[in-house]
Design a protein around this ligand. Sequence first.
Ligand code: F6P
Length: 255
Amino acid sequence: AFMLEASEISVLEQRVRETLGIDNCIVVPGNSDTQDWVKQEMGKRCAQLLEKMLHPNCTVAVTGGTTMAALAAAMPPIHTAENVMFVPARGGIGEQVENEANTICAAMAKRAKSQYRLLYVPDPIGEESYQTIIEEPSVKEVLSIINRSDIVIHGIGDAMTMAKRRRTPEPLVEQFKSGVAVSEAFGYYFDAEGNVVHRVRTVGLQLEDLDKAESVIAIAGGASKARAIASYFKLGRNNILVTDEAAANQLIKGE
Ligand code: F6P
């Protein structure tokens, strides 16, 4: 069922662009919920896209997650642009180490033969420590690079899935269960209309910073993420989506 012709794929891409109101969409065949190679294929296509967008001295901020890990694994060495720098978009947001933004950032930079900077911030973090940490000169310096990122690439998750995957306080999980939160990206949780309903307290990229970036690319697939993708894109923060056929089909049906 998931063996589409190239022409069918481009129709699907066009319809997703119209549905979400974005400039660019890449759809790969299949469903990454059930087929691992689909995630790898999304990673490959996203890496090719990124390679074309890079320019000298540009900074790329990345988030964590398994889809971003597939992108890091597919990153080619960059010969086309000098001085490219990778940074994690935000500090720790409760992921296991292999799926943390820091890990993915370092892996991507290594494959790309580029530079990187990391953010060392414990999480979760209390208000007082937060204020102290953001004043640390080394943290401050990395944060100022992150806040001026030219290209941002991030995963999107289903809110409940992410709340459970992280050490989320129980009352919050209960609140999310009632459907308050639909999607998650960068440690922010969004409702069905794309409004922020909760954010994990950590340092790094703020939603407002996305407006200043040249390009904001989301990479997320699987039928199970269609609602989350639709919710995240409601407020139009991104211009590019890399997804798969299963998510794309649900998205255009509005399910
Ligand atoms: O926790 C990092 C993160 O990028 C989240 O913001 C996002 O919801 C999630 O990972 C996506 O993870 P995956 O690609 O494994 O579904």
